[in-house]
Design a protein around this ligand. Sequence first.
Ligand code: C5P
Length: 228
Amino acid sequence: ARHFAIVPAAGSGSRMGVARPKQYLPLLGRPLIHHALSVLCASPDIDKVFVVLSVDDAEWSRHDWSVLGGKLVPLFCGGATRADSVLGGLRAISKEAAASDWVLVHDAARPCLAAWHIDKLVRELAHDEVGGLLAVPVADTLKRADDHRHVAATVPRDSLWQAQTPQMFRYVMLRRALEAASDVTDEASAIEAAGLRPRLVQGDATNLKVTYPLDLHLAEWILQNREG
Ligand code: C5P
């Protein structure tokens, strides 16, 4: 089976408090999304990298992506939610992808993806029936709040994991699950809603998602201090 990456990048980035969509914010002299795309394109495990952009994306064409080579394909078919964008991407590649090909969905907003993350995910899931996702065990004690912001419960953290991306599933299984699901914030929840159990593959905290301005500084530090 082949491995395709789909990178949803059609969000507006409203929580960053800036007008520019966060995938294009400058990070070490390159657009934020360039970092993850470059790691995905360089991976010997990945056959092609599809970036799902908003239909009215005005910025993609202003940058030079040619250094990333021929694996990279932009698709201007983003949707109203992240799940719609991913589904749009899956539909757009239906002629190319076979039912059993793997699809790795990775957030444009996770610029510190490392080669070993992809390698570990692909190796650990190669013979899995369902697929799975990178994740890290939760470190903090978690509280559930009531309507008045008092603690209603302490949630035991021993079996809790934070979901990351890439999330890797078979093309047809993922497409069917997303077509049937509503209101999911990641691919794994759509697969779970279909009654299946994605496997958790332990990644690490460096693969953070840039949501708030502080995350951009952390990402910069991580990228600058990475070996190799
Ligand atoms: O907003 P959030 O950080 O959850 O977005 C996660 C990823 O989903 C980002 O890469 C964002 O660009 C993408 N997205 C999308 N289409 C949307 C909303 C978000 O591709 N409608």
